[in-house]
Design a protein around this ligand. Structure first.
Ligand SMILES: *Cc1c(COP(=O)(O)O)cnc(C)c1O
Length: 357
């Protein structure tokens, strides 16, 4: 049976990434040694890091004045590193979901973090609009894709203060105007690589402005200066990320990827809207995530949830259970997920419906 991988993270990677990673585990860059057992300071691995950075810069059109670095600790470590490095006294947060809320919570350890708006009142099922950001904040933090509840900010907002974004679950899914951001960070395990590395794009001029002392390892400037090699970086995850980025470039880049992602999401949302057994959790099409598509059983069919879950699994649909805090279903349709998988899921939803006359 063909298996379709809808897991939210860690999640599906391109077959290219898996194949090239297996090659690299056996023989890395013609060294005759595995990428798992070679010095991060070897010239071959140093070249891997600089090529990965060059790929990121070219795929996202990163302007001059920005640095790309790789850190460990996941996107979650950035929740505290961002305020520690960027917030003198005040910051603003848009709380659109669980991860956004966790980021906001950490900022409060460092000063006056303001929640400018939240969609918590309706279980994070929409993106708040019409909020205002006080002009004296050191930065405004957004989470572009709400991985758990399935909303997404699909445009780069125009704001008058430095903008910081957690793009962990939609990085490389669309073109981004990097010049609008002071910092972008993303854990790799959704759209890029296996878990273990976090990618950071930071505008250099925003650093060095806070008065607090910053421990060496938690200071972005340490890692810029060390070219992501101040200490041993997550070598394997960076190598795998390089393969995904090569694949992405071969595929035609983020603009083509966006087109494919829009098409995949349309196929699935259309079926959720049409099928009488299911309802989408996010009503406004503008706010609907193209990466994590969430739906539940319609009220009159609530008791069929477990049955559908088992049915889908028996047809090879893996990882479609909703996050433990939401229930229902979530199909993650990251870059590497082929359209055929979405079509297969739609066919299963139709088949299940026709069995319920
Ligand atoms: C998965 C995720 C995180 C957490 O990432 P870790 O690498 O596990 O710390 C943070 N933010 C968003 C938007 C995510 O999707």
């Amino acid at each position: 049976m063909k298996r379709h991988n809808f897991y939210a993270g860690p999640s599906i990677l391109p077959q290219y990434t898996l194949d090239k990673t297996i090659e690299g585990i056996k023989d890395f860059a013609g060294t005759g040694l595995s990428v798992l057992e070679i010095s991060h300071r070897s010239k071959e691995f140093v070249a891997c890091v600089s090529d990965t950075i060059a790929l990121i810069k070219s795929l996202l059109d990163v302007p001059a004045g920005y640095q790309v670095i790789f850190l460990g600790g996941g996107a979650s470590l950035q929740f505290c590193m961002v305020p520690m490095n960027l917030m003198n006294s005040k910051s603003a947060y848009l709380v659109t979901g669980e991860w956004a809320g966790k980021a906001y919570k950490e900022a409060k350890f460092f000063g006056d973090a303001i929640e400018v708006a939240t969609s918590k009142d309706r279980n994070f099922s929409y993106i708040p609009k019409n909020y205002s950001i006080s002009s004296d904040v050191d930065y405004f933090h957004i989470t572009t894709n709400n991985t758990i509840y399935g909303t997404e900010l699909k445009n780069d907002p125009d704001v008058k203060v430095p903008l910081v974004a957690d793009m962990s679950s939609d990085i490389f899914s669309r073109p981004v105007d990097v010049s609008k951001y002071s910092m972008i960070y993303a854990g790799a395990q959704k759209n890029l690589a296996p878990a273990g590395v976090t990618m950071i794009i930071v505008k250099e001029e925003i650093l060095g402005k806070v008065s607090r002392p910053i421990p060496t390892m938690l200071d972005y400037r340490t890692h810029i200066k060390g070219e992501s090699m101040f200490n041993t970086p997550p070598v394997f995850a960076i190598f795998a990320a390089q393969q995904t980025l090569k694949w992405l470039k071969e595929m035609g880049g983020v603009k083509i990827m966006q087109k494919k992602n829009i098409e995949k999401a349309r196929i699935l949302y259309d079926e959720i809207d049409r099928n009488r057994l299911f309802v989408p959790t996010v009503k406004d099409p503008e706010d609907r995530s193209l990466m994590n598509i969430c739906f539940v059983m319609a009220d009159e069919y609530k008791d069929l949830e477990k049955e559908f879950s088992e049915f889908a699994k028996s047809r090879g649909m893996l990882g479609i259970e909703g996050h433990r805090s939401v229930g229902g279903f979530r199909a993650s349709t990251y870059n590497a997920l082929p359209k055929e998988s979405v079509e297969a899921l739609v066919a299963v939803m139709k088949e299940f419906e026709s069995g319920k006359r």
